[in-house]
Design a protein around this ligand. Structure first.
Ligand SMILES: C[S@@+](CC[C@H](N)C(=O)[O-])C[C@H]1O[C@@H](n2cnc3c(N)ncnc32)[C@H](O)[C@@H]1O
Length: 420
């Protein structure tokens, strides 16, 4: 957890690097539940710990601080028996070769249990102040709801692969396996699995019957109106959630997926393999077409831009520790550069969908506005998806709406140049 908070590691990477490998799936589930839970409740847990420690101990050792914070979380939220809270965490301190801390861990956990598990009072939002402020500024009426939703557990949603099955068919397969699921409301291919589970245990995972994907993310390709004969560029493609979706609509020869992240492209290739799909894959910088573009214009371009991910904090609670105001400047600069350099690659009559999982207008409408100011051949298309809040140039889904992640979409069509 410390590596996630202090060194910016993502939760999956931190789990992969654990010094002791979990012995069973249930141990792994416990570890994951503890990490995700601590990150969702970090601010109140940290304040509670401070009130249980005297100031000289507070700054002493960050490993022990994190151990104590997780012990408080286990006691408050994880149904761990009282005697185990102390003994397991004392044992952990010993394993970390911090014998000096065993008495402290024992005393603090017992004190907390004796206090009736009372948490210190905080603002209740469990987000850093800068993030609360910026969300408040963007969404003056909705901000409390957004912060509250960002602390909830997201559902497990899958998208059925139209090439191998269809939603009704796969729901029936799930039913026969005793797995409860229901169709999503806005995406025509989505199913929500009632009890989230290891995806590989769902029927026909290896046969490529479905992919895990939030319902809001599934709406992107539905919006693009892709025809079989179209040539499509997926400009920020990895790990391929939307590439695999668009390949249900076009032939692989007509599709190009590009991404600058090597490791993420490996994941994209694995996803394509499992789904038995292929397309042209480029490891390159999409903002610099002169290094990779073959000169043929595209019918459709998807720009699923890197962003603050402020719409998906409920899914990735570590985001609140990794993003800072400073990051926004470099992110918006890449977003502008992607739009500016990819717009010329679109055919007249073609469509570009700009997508982010951000809820901040500086990454959404403002980015689109800059493109509009410098090009006179853009028509902003209306988006009708039966959900979301209409913005100046697109549609914003806020986290939690119909239990979806927060996403922004702007659909831009290229006209003939009217005047230059
Ligand atoms: C939001 S993610 C894309 C998610 C993907 N479309 C999906 O549905 O699975 C943004 C991606 O943009 C990539 N990226 C960032 N800067 C880029 C650039 N200059 N050129 C190409 N890809 C870039 C990142 O590596 C990351 O994989």
């Amino acid at each position: 957890m410390q590596k996630v908070i202090d060194q910016g590691l993502s939760i999956p990477v931190a789990i992969e690097g654990l010094p002791i490998k979990p012995k069973s799936n249930s141990d792994l589930s416990f570890i994951k539940a503890c990490i995700y839970g601590v990150l969702r409740n970090y601010f109140s847990l940290e304040k509670t710990l401070s009130s249980l420690l005297n100031s000289s101990l507070r700054a002493k050792d960050s490993d022990i601080k994190m151990l104590l914070i997780s012990a408080l979380y286990q006691a408050k939220h994880m149904n761990v028996p009282d005697h185990a809270i102390s003994s397991v965490n004392v044992e952990a301190a010993r394993y970390m070769k911090k014998k000096w801390a065993c008495g402290l861990v024992n005393a603090v956990t017992r004190n907390f249990l004796r206090s009736g598990l009372t948490l210190a009072e905080t603002d209740g939002f469990e987000h850093p102040t800068w993030l609360v402020d910026i969300i408040k500024g963007n969404w003056p009426s909705e901000w409390e709801q957004i912060l509250c939703e960002s602390n909830n557990h997201p559902p497990m949603t899958i998208r059925v692969n139209k090439r191998t099955s269809n939603r009704a068919h796969y729901l029936e397969i799930l039913r026969k396996h005793g797995i409860q699921a229901f169709p999503t409301r806005h995406s025509s291919q989505g199913c929500t699995i009632v009890k989230p589970t290891d995806v590989t245990t769902l029927p026909h995972y290896v046969d490529g019957y479905f992919s895990v994907q939030d319902e809001a993310a599934q709406l992107a390709i539905e919006l693009m109106d892709i025809k079989k004969t179209h040539s499509v560029l997926d400009a920020c493609a990895a790990p391929g959630g939307k590439t695999t979706h668009l390949l249900e609509h076009v032939d692989g020869n007509g599709a190009t997926a590009i991404d600058s992240g090597k490791k993420r492209l490996k994941k994209l290739r694995e996803n394509l393999d499992r789904l038995n799909m292929n397309c042209r894959i480029l490891h390159d910088d999409a903002t610099n077409p002169s290094s990779w573009w073959d000169g043929k214009l595209y019918d459709r371009i998807l720009v699923d831009a890197p962003c603050s991910a402020t719409g998906v904090i409920r899914r990735h609670p570590d985001i609140r520790f990794h993003r800072e105001l400073d990051n926004l400047e470099s992110l918006t600069s890449v977003q502008h550069s992607l739009l500016k350099n990819l717009w010329p690659l679109l055919k007249v009559g073609g469509k570009l969908l700009y997508v982010t999982c951000s809820i901040l207008s500086i990454e959404n409408d403002c980015t689109v506005e800059t493109l509009l100011k410098t090009n006179n051949n853009i028509e902003v298309n209306t988006i009708n998806i039966g959900c979301g809040i209409k913005t100046k140039f697109g549609m914003q889904i806020l986290p939690g709406e119909s239990n979806m992640d927060g996403f922004y979409f702007s659909l831009l069509m290229k006209n003939e140049n009217t005047h230059l």
